[in-house]
Design a protein around this ligand. Structure first.
Ligand SMILES: N[C@@H](Cc1ccc(O)cc1)C(=O)O
Length: 337
């Protein structure tokens, strides 16, 4: 999936590591004060591209977060107020840096985290209509899947949601300017309409400038749930104060057998041959119970919480389940970790 796709992209002449480096942006959602396991795909996409010599840029969509993307939703999102968004932005930027900078950031430099309120927040409505609206055909906006689906529903869609695609499109045009020089927007596949709105607007506003989209399949679980959705244990937050490295590790250990190999491929940097070997070993008679899950938990905990996080998680796991067999394990101690 992501891994195969990223490898495919790297192999194309435009992205070959030997080709010119590109600046790539991925946007992260400011609706909570921490990112969760599902967001790791976007972070790892940036990390893979950085490994191939490209420059990662993370965008936290403060301005767009105030409006709310209608993509994939049947009803309008609740509006977030400015204070909540600001609190969220700090937490999210810290998550992005905690993972990406440990992987070498942007060529050894800390990764740049931008906030689109910095350029969208100051534009007046009249200027937006003249500079962006003038160059946009309503027919193109109406043809987007998201808009068509919502218009066919009983509630329809508000003008605010309808214009969302223009805000995101404007981000791409703005980021493609020499200050940031972004050429690629990467995202989950649900963002296709918004990304193409951006490639079209950039071409119109910036004298034919060509920018590209890179989408990856959203990671789903075998039970059909999105990875972002909380299960009984709550969301798998990346912020240690919301979910300790031990609990984070435990969430991953509980991954169903049907999902664990897919996660090892997309959410770790393990060579694919090694993933295959782990998968074969897990299916062999007499295999260690949950061996693949423990390996996944260890690798992903390392990516998110570093070596110290892995050590803390393993120590706490040993307390909670000595030798992984002690039924009378001190679960309360572990719960407090
Ligand atoms: N619409 C995207 C977020 C986004 C916002 C602004 C952008 O420039 C890019 C992406 C989402 O909901 O996931």
């Amino acid at each position: 999936m992501l891994r195969t796709l990223t490898r495919h992209v790297m192999a194309s002449p435009a992205f070959a590591p030997a080709g010119p480096p590109h600046t790539v942006y991925v946007r992260f959602d400011p609706t909570a004060d921490s990112l969760h396991l599902g967001n790791l795909l976007g972070i790892l996409t940036l990390a893979w591209l950085a490994r191939a010599g490209h420059k990662p840029v993370a965008l936290v969509g403060d301005a767009t977060g105030r409006v709310g993307d209608p993509s994939g939703r049947s009803t309008e999102r609740p509006l977030l107020d400015g204070t909540a968004i600001h609190r969220n932005l700090d937490g999210i930027a810290a998550n992005i840096r905690q993972v990406l900078d440990a992987q070498g950031g942007a060529g050894g430099e800390p990764v740049v985290v931008l906030n689109n309120h910095d350029w969208l927040g100051g534009i007046s409505f009249l200027d937006f209509l003249r500079d962006v609206g003038k160059h946009t055909r309503v027919s193109g906006m109406l043809a987007k899947d998201t808009v068509r689906t919502r218009l066919a529903s009983d509630d329809g869609m508000s003008f605010m949601e309808f214009t969302y695609q223009l805000l995101q499109a404007y981000d791409f045009a703005y980021l493609s300017d020499p200050l940031h020089n972004v050429r690629v927007q990467a995202s989950g596949s649900d963002q296709w309409s918004n990304i193409t709105a951006g490639t079209e607007l950039t071409r119109k506003l910036r004298g034919g400038r060509v920018v590209h989209g890179l989408i990856f399949p959203l990671l789903t679980r075998s039970d059909g749930k999105k990875v972002s959705k909380s299960d009984a244990a709550g969301a798998t937050w990346l912020t240690a104060s919301k979910l300790s490295p031990y609990k984070f590790y435990q969430h991953l250990v509980r991954m169903p057998d049907a999902d664990v190999v897919g996660f090892l491929r997309s959410m770790t940097f393990l060579p694919l041959e090694e993933v295959d070997a782990i998968s074969t070993a897990a299916a062999a008679p007499g295999a260690v119970p949950n061996g693949a899950q423990h390996r996944l938990a260890e690798e992903v905990t390392r990516l998110v919480h570093g070596e110290a996080g892995v050590a803390a998680a393993l120590a706490a796991t040993a307390v909670a389940a000595p030798g992984r067999t002690g039924a009378g394990a001190d679960a309360r101690t572990a719960d407090a970790l």
